[in-house]
Design a protein around this ligand. Sequence first.
Ligand code: NDP
Length: 492
Amino acid sequence: MAVKDYGHYINGEWVPSESGEWFETKNPTTGQVLARFPKGTRGDVQHAIDAAEAAFPAWKKLPPPKKGELLLRAAQIMRQRKDELGALVSSEMGKVIAEGKGDVQEAIDFLEYIAGEGRRLLGETTPSELPNKFCMTVRQPLGVVGCITPWNFPTAIPIWKIGAALITGNTIVFKPASLTPLCVARLAEVFEEAGLPPGVLNVVTGGGGTVGMAIVENPGIKALSFTGGVPAGREIYTAAARSLKPVELELGGKNPQIVMDDANLELALEGVLFGAFGTAGQRCTATSRLILHEAIYDEFMRMLVERTEALTIGDPLDPNIDVGPVVDEQSGQSIMAYITIGKEEAELVTGGERLTGGMYDKGFFIKPTIFATKHGTRISKEEIFGPVLSVIKVSGYDEAVRVANDIEYGLSSSIYTKDVNLAFRAIDDLETGITYINAPTIGAEVHLPFGGTKNTGNGGREAGTVAIDEFSEIKTVFIDYSNRLQKAQIGD
Ligand code: NDP
């Protein structure tokens, strides 16, 4: 079958790059080339920004409820195509089909949710300290915003950014991860079909260091929204500081699940299996540390190893498969390097190898891996982004919290306990942006804020009503109807 060549999506058209160069996006399970995309240049980014600037005034003027209607149409189209789009997520990124469809469902949910914000976009009204004067705040768009996304949620994460940026009246220059551009190309097609005017959403493909940096550094980009790793996030934040543009960073995680001695162990087991090995561990919220109370350590480990060894590994499009491949050779090699480190500094309990033979030779499949380790080893502190779980034994709640918090990241955490007092203490004590009680470290819902503390970001949150804050300016308005000059703070 002929491989389709896509262009950049600029001003409502698919256009080639001025570089004339291409890269391929591949199925991580089969190695099959799915499509080719242009390697963008600074010039391509400038064209996209020009288109977005030209489209901005009309898009800004369109009443937000009308923008909401358009987002709802996009959600409807995605709902009709959910199976196809979910299969594409699994084919381009490698997560199992149930999770591929979940990725798309999360995008639909967010569009439906944020469309309603078109009828709110709330400001404040408040009394003035002076008579016959009225005070309020209104929200305004930022202008052309730049969005840069990773490959692990190739539909949901882009939509979190696109939906929130559009409802608030911005136009967009978007750079998808180079491993999953096809999922974002499909989204551009969905929005076109829904009636989005040309130039409002523009997609430029190519490398992070070239296209990504060109977006970050361009003065035409008024704000940036980035999800990805800490190294790229740090580079982007530093580069953007020169032009003082606002940057939203959603970065890595090393998320702990604590299991106390009174926990429902079966429930905690289901949680850690899904949290650690779902999406082959390639989630920012993946459970990568399991902190076990010493009283249940041996029993829980036995249960965990038995169930982990029973997980099926293979073609993510097969509904009977639990764990698919990791996204590419480079990621696979990086995970295997951590496994080698783990074998030196900790005890390998199960897994620890790359699968070979038959279909396994076409992708990079890693056996779900568990290490028993002390807190402080590299595998227990660094983000591995693969199906590797570090288990740490602790003497009780205080040590569990100390271990959970002694880490550079702060995205998600979880505790399993039946003790309501302990659960509430954990909400206070765990230094993460998200805490789950009796549920795994994964499971975001789109109407609640998402993000983390410490190196997981720079303090902002996505999703929920706060998504609006990320993509809008607040304007403070004073209306004086006294017909005389009134001076705040001056006079009696
Ligand atoms: P990367 O940081 O490598 O890449 C993310 C995106 O940034 C890609 O589009 C990439 O382009 C681009 N990029 C890379 N370097 C630069 C740069 N210097 N300037 C501008 N853009 C750049 O992350 P991954 O794609 O590997 O994703 C995995 C990471 O994302 C993990 O650390 C994970 O924890 C984090 N993540 C965080 C989430 C959160 O909400 N907190 C959610 C999901 C993932 P290209 O693809 O071309 O290299």
